[in-house]
Design a protein around this ligand. Structure first.
Ligand code: FAD
Length: 424
């Protein structure tokens, strides 16, 4: 049993310097002091309940996910139970109101995402797909009956979802998708789905597969329930990845898979369907990448203080080492501030897709660049699994690539700045 999300702050939290009400670090004389873990005092921008939620998520992640990640990454194995644990805590679909979800604000949900990715981007990916892409998509586009049928079980992690947009021939350009839906020639109220999706997180083990397919030339969203499918569906795993190994990824191959009409999103048409889901997930990735970067900073700082080279000096004594830590720490602090601002706007319904593109692109790019620089501090040890930094670097390449590769977000922003689209 896990503690539900929003009660009190667990006693373990003090270990992670997230004490309730703490606004800035202070010395024993009460003077303000620089806190390398929160250089710009972002805690001051958080409400007490957000601090408590963040602390609960951190305690769960550090105590229950961190001890598993090394083996999971080595074996490329995703423990399905993690979703149920997260469900018990209230971490799944956390911003959704009702249907057994926690109904927290967007900053609180970002803080959760940051804590999960502090451990591993793969665990965060599994959670984001379930929460932002699939549950979020059902909440936004589904009928009341679909929401009642799927969301409560998904909130508990009893039903697992995946989001099928990318195809073997169409990643950045989903408008060219080849997957099609057509009406069954003889069965009333039944559609047939055919096509293939690839690089789909959770697909080999998903119970609910959200598929974007063209019906009469227009992109529409369908929910395939694996348990109801009699033929035509397979979801082979893609093995031997060199990033995101603690998550499970696969294909979705469909050959006239029957889907009942009640599993079609009734009104959303075109790419705004999948893009609205992606918007929420991209917002979470911006937060998550900062969690991964913060863990890299923590690990590199500790290593640089302990490792001695030349006359018994710790690596931390050298200016080049310090600069790497300063660059990373500055980018992490700026990235967090930007994420909080967009989260506050999102709560007010004022966050634009371009804002989310900006923080997704910037935070993922800076996390990757800095993690690669920090990796150098570990010398040869960086190559070992045990030090964790190489795992983050490999993962952060994926976060920069999926849900809109960074250059695609540059095109989105370039269009917004100039009014001229440069996609083709
Ligand atoms: C581990 C993992 C998990 C994933 N999970 C999911 C998931 O759950 N669901 C899902 O639907 N997808 C998922 N994806 C797919 C991911 O979203 C795509 O890989 C991504 O959108 C990029 O598409 P692509 O790989 O086809 O690259 P491409 O579209 O072929 O792009 C290749 C490169 O070309 C650049 N490029 C493309 N077009 C242009 C242009 N017009 N101008 C300039 N540069 C351009 C891109 O920026 C990129 O650098 C996942 C991917 C990975 C690796």
């Amino acid at each position: 049993m896990f503690r539900p999300l929003f009660r009190t702050i667990p006693p373990t939290v003090s270990r992670f310097s997230l004490s309730c009400g703490k606004k800035y670090a202070s010395t024993s004389t009460g003077q303000l002091a620089f806190d390398w873990e929160d250089p710009l005092g972002t805690m001051d921008l958080l409400a007490e309940d957000e601090i408590a939620i963040s602390a609960t998520a951190r305690a769960y992640c550090q105590e229950n996910l961190l001890p598993r990640v090394l083996q999971a990454y080595r074996d490329e194995n995703y423990d399905r139970e993690i979703q149920e644990e997260m469900g018990e805590l209230g971490l799944l679909g956390a911003t959704i109101k009702g249907y057994g979800c926690a109904g927290v604000g967007n900053v609180a949900s970002g803080l959760i995402t940051r804590e999960v990715e502090r451990v591993d981007s793969g665990y965060r990916s599994g959670m984001s797909v379930q929460s932002a892409l699939v549950m979020g998509g059902i909440e936004e586009h589904g009928t009341e009956e679909q929401k009642e049928r799927f969301l409560p079980k998904m909130a508990k992690g009893k039903l697992l979802g995946c989001f099928g947009l990318t195809e073997p021939n169409h990643g950045s350009d989903p408008g060219s998708m080849e997957t099609v839906a057509r009406r069954h020639p003889t069965k009333q109220g039944v559609f047939l789905l055919s096509g293939s999706k690839t690089w789909i997180t959770n697909s080999p083990i998903a119970d609910v597969l959200m598929i974007w397919a063209k019906l009469d030339g227009k992109v529409r969203g369908f929910l395939i329930e694996r348990g109801e499918v009699r033929s035509g569906l397979s979801t082979p795993a893609i093995k031997n990845k060199n990033g995101l190994r603690a998550s499970i990824t696969g294909m979705i191959l469909m050959d006239d898979v029957e889907v009942p009409e009640e599993n079609l999103f009734p009104s959303v048409e075109g790419l705004k369907g999948p893009f609205s889901c992606l918007n929420n997930a991209r917002y979470g990735i911006a937060w998550g990448a900062m969690g991964a970067l913060e863990d890299c900073i923590d690990r590199a700082r500790t290593y640089s203080l302990e490792r001695k080279q030349f006359k018994g000096n710790p690596l931390a004594k050298y200016q080049l080492i310090q600069k790497k830590l300063v660059d990373a720490s500055t980018d992490a602090a700026f990235g967090l501030l930007a994420s909080i601002q967009v989260g506050r706007l999102k709560d007010k319904g004022m966050a634009l897709p371009e804002m989310i593109s900006m923080i997704k692109r910037q935070n993922c790019d800076r996390a990757l660049v800095n993690a690669r620089a920090l990796q150098e501090i570990f010398g040869g040890n960086a190559v070992s699994y045990e030090y964790g930094i190489g795992r983050h670097v490999a993962n952060l390449f994926v976060t920069q690539t999926y849900e809109g590769q960074s250059d695609i977000h540059s095109l989105i922003l370039g269009r917004a700045i100039t009014g001229v689209q440069a996609f083709c």
